[in-house]
Design a protein around this ligand. Structure first.
Ligand code: COA
Length: 160
């Protein structure tokens, strides 16, 4: 059984992430979409809120399992018999960062390979940070995130 994992902060999930999830499910028997901790980021949404987003937006995609974990990605892969890590590449600027992470994960878990999927061009400029920035000023992000996420972003910024 080939198991892939698509890890990320997903703060929040965007249409770009969703596109990668849909395409990655074609490659594996099971795709685990996992919220992991990036120690350099201070998330807007709690892990539970991000899990709810992923559950809602992936409910019609088969072979997907949603989870979150603490600790090292490489360790999580080893413990759960995961063979492949999936990451999206939007532009050349992503490459250096992703290359370093992939090499470190290979060092920590030699049996696990990282696979990169190119983002669709229409989402190649989208990032969670920019979506949050635009939403915080009331800008229209409805084409960049799933409807559920745009509602949650509105609620979050109205309550502030
Ligand atoms: N469409 C839209 N946006 C995309 C995208 C796509 N296809 N692919 C990447 N992005 C954006 C994300 O929105 C995010 O934007 P942001 O920086 O504005 O938030 C950015 O690109 C990348 O973030 P993300 O994919 O969420 O990953 P990350 O860099 O925040 O986290 C982890 C990477 C979580 C996988 C990594 O930190 C990790 O493995 N943590 C566990 C601990 C560990 O093992 N650490 C050692 C790693 S070597």
């Amino acid at each position: 059984m080939q198991i892939g994992i698509y890890p990320g902060s997903f703060d929040p999930l965007t249409c770009g992430h969703l596109d990668i999830i849909k395409r990655a499910t074609q490659l594996f028997d099971k795709l685990i979409v996992a919220i992991a901790r990036n120690s350099e980021k201070f998330p807007l949404f709690a892990v539970e809120e991000r899990l709810a987003m992923l559950e809602e937006c992936c409910k019609d995609i088969s072979k997907v399992e949603i989870t979150s974990f603490d600790g090292l990605l490489a360790e999580y892969c080893r413990k759960n018999n995961i063979n492949f890590i999936v990451r999206g590449l939007r532009a050349i600027v992503d490459f250096e960062y992703e290359y370093a992470i992939a090499l470190m994960n290979k060092e920590l878990a030699p049996s696990v390979d990282t696979i990169f999927l190119m983002s669709k061009s229409e989402f190649s400029f989208v990032s969670s940070r920019m979506v949050k920035e635009v939403a915080s000023y009331g800008g229209d992000i409805s084409r960049l995130v799933p409807h559920y996420v745009s509602v949650k972003l509105k609620e979050k910024f109205q309550s502030r």
